[in-house]
Write a protein that binds this ligand. Sequence first.
Ligand code: GLA
Length: 388
Amino acid sequence: MVLCSTGKGVLKKYLEEFNQIPEYLVQAPGRVNLIGEHTDYNDGYVLPIAIDRVVSIALSAIPESEIRLFSLDYDQSISISLENTLAKGDGWPEYLKGLIDIFKKNSLELFGWQGIMAGNVPIGAGLSSSAALELAFSRAFASVSKWKWEPRRMAQLSQKAENEWVGINCGVMDQMISALGKMDHVLFLDCRSLEGINVPLPKSVRIVILDTDTRRELLDSEYNDRRNQCESVAQYFGVKALRDVSIKQLERSKSNLSTLEFKRAHHVILENKRVLDCVEAIHMGSLEKVGELMIASHKSLRDDFEVSTEELNLIVDCSLEAPGCYGARMTGAGFGGCAVALVEEKYIDKFVSKVIKNYNISTGKKAKLYVCKATEGASVFSKNDFIM
Ligand code: GLA
């Protein structure tokens, strides 16, 4: 386990604030999805990576039945009772309240803690800062309350908290990868069975996250619309989810569906196939094929699922023209944020400078590129791990 820079920051602040070493340091990562977009809530397949951008919390148990937490990023302190009924509000504390609510409903015994928190997952960029927050909180509760750490269960409860308390009808991908990520691996996840296989990333390539310097807009309503459109096609076929519809079935029924429904389902069904093909291509060492699938995925998200933006399209084009790039696509829910590219390691520096130059000239914006590492999912360090 590697302690991130935010971890060192919260440890230092905890020492200054409380004049003692915290009992635990928890950290949970954001994610980037290599391929398999908008497939998770259709019971399909995804291929995400836990990235080296995390939420960290330094914390200790307290005798009182409450959570006292200070966010370094927001310069905000909160105190939440574990006994009283919770009221809804705004901002990051809602993720904590949502979890407390869902943990109680699932009869998990909760003990109080005090902590200092910080994160470096860009917010609203499609890199799942919210899942990182949820899994860091879950790991904090699990450590203090002495629960056995069950990553799948915690991911599912975190998703439920986000659906029910925060009101975002997300799928389970982000929470699963933040809980289950493995260093140097992508997670091939079946979102129906929740079975996952860790697939090693080829050593000669790097995953580059390309931040367009735009943030998501209209995401919640557009996201929920897409979900409803997919569900209505599944209903038309009388199946649980689009996972159960073949491309032939869809094509045969084209005239009975609206153009929008056809396009949405067309994306999901072919995207599932692309994930399976991509896993096979990684196993065969065919990076050209992985790249082709990423490019096809982007086109489908742009034209059929209609969740891309001008900036995302442009940064993908800039990537494909830059040296060493096998493929690139938008990543996450869309409507702004980030793209992802697969780049030959030896060309990384040239790739990064070329994309930044071309994108910034065309848009007047400031792209940020992160060459990321695939990291471990939500982790806990105890005193012995971090006393230097
Ligand atoms: C968001 C959601 C995920 C998933 C992606 C799109 O990140 O939280 O569940 O649906 O969008 O693939």
